[in-house]
Write a protein that binds this ligand. Structure first.
Ligand SMILES: C[S@@+](CC[C@H](N)C(=O)[O-])C[C@H]1O[C@@H](n2cnc3c(N)ncnc32)[C@H](O)[C@@H]1O
Length: 292
């Protein structure tokens, strides 16, 4: 098979939608470091085209689809050919390059594929989707809204709150672009300028945020039979890097204690590699249902 036949083009809209809907794709950016710092798709791995042959082993070869990105879609086509020759696939070339990308862009060196919260929803949320009762959902400390948007594209009405105005603006704009609007709320859950309304939500999500005084408000915020999905770092994370402040890290078994009077539908406490990432991270996650 000609290497050209071993990759196909994908336009920016389609790539953005696939990521937001939870498809797992490795994003490889083959531009220069300077271009990458000027703006890149969150969560992408930088390997400039001229280094790709030497560094090809850095590209995960797990069978997960790989989308290759450059400025206009030409260097990425060459990179796709090279990756195909090395046995990688399935491969997608971002047609028209970043110019044709409708989603969020990050500036700076980024994390180069490591520990950067991308566009894709949390895999813990995607795996737990069937446990969630349909209705109104809240994503607390939603950041740029990857999880809020995932639920909104799948039939939920979604409120998302965050203290960072830029993140709130990005979340709102991204949700609109995907035709899945969310109510994006600017608010601070620590100083009381945002208070979770009581028994309002069928689902509350909290990912990568911990402020212990709001545990009870989170529990009160879901109605009977409602579900909380909570996942964040544990104290073990201090061995691997940030976050390292114990106020922001869960103690062993803490989520199970907090939701001890609820039905626990899923629980995990793991040290494992993050997706597309070789550094370990220590996390605990729970899906708990309030008694009806
Ligand atoms: C690590 S990010 C996680 C974002 C999102 N949950 C995700 O997993 O993609 C933590 C978020 O918490 C937000 N945050 C921090 N303190 C907050 C507060 N007091 N009230 C609301 N949001 C807060 C930050 O602005 C940031 O967007």
């Amino acid at each position: 098979m000609a290497t050209e036949d071993r990759f196909r083009s994908l336009d920016g809209e389609e790539l953005y939608r696939r990521l937001a809907m939870g498809d797992s794709l490795v994003l490889v950016d083959v531009r220069t470091a300077t271009e990458f710092e000027d703006g890149h798709i969150p969560g992408s791995l930088l390997i400039p085209l001229q280094e790709l042959e030497q560094r090809v082993r850095e590209v995960p070869n797990s069978g997960m689809p790989i989308a290759v990105i450059c400025e206009h879609g030409l260097r990425s086509a060459s990179a796709c050919r090279l990756l195909a020759e090395h046995g990688y696939g399935p491969l997608f070339n971002l047609r028209g390059g970043l110019e044709n990308w409708p989603g969020p862009i990050k500036n700076g060196p980024g994390q180069n594929g490591h520990h950067e919260l991308g566009i894709a929803p949390s895999s813990f949320l995607v795996e737990s989707f069937d446990l969630l009762p349909k209705g109104l959902a809240l994503d607390l400390a939603m950041g740029e809204g990857r999880n809020a948007i995932y639920l909104a594209t799948r039939g939920f009405d979604v409120d998302g709150v965050d203290v960072d105005p830029t993140a709130v603006a990005h979340a709102r704009a991204s949700a609109r672009k995907l035709g899945a609007p969310i109510r994006a709320i600017l608010g601070n859950v620590e100083d009381g300028t945002y208070i979770i309304p009581i028994e309002t939500y069928s689902v509350i999500l909290v990912f990568h945020f911990l402020h212990r005084p709001v545990f009870q408000d989170i529990k009160d915020g879901v109605g009977p039979g409602g579900v909380v999905v909570y996942q964040t770092y544990t104290l073990e994370q201090q061995r691997f890097g940030r976050p390292s402040n114990p106020d922001h890290l869960l103690r062993p078994g803490e989520l199970k204690q907090v939701f001890g009077d609820w039905e626990i539908l899923r629980y995990r406490e793991v040290i494992g590699p993050a997706r597309r990432d070789r550094r370990p991270r220590a996390i605990a996650g729970i899906v708990a249902r309030k008694p009806a």
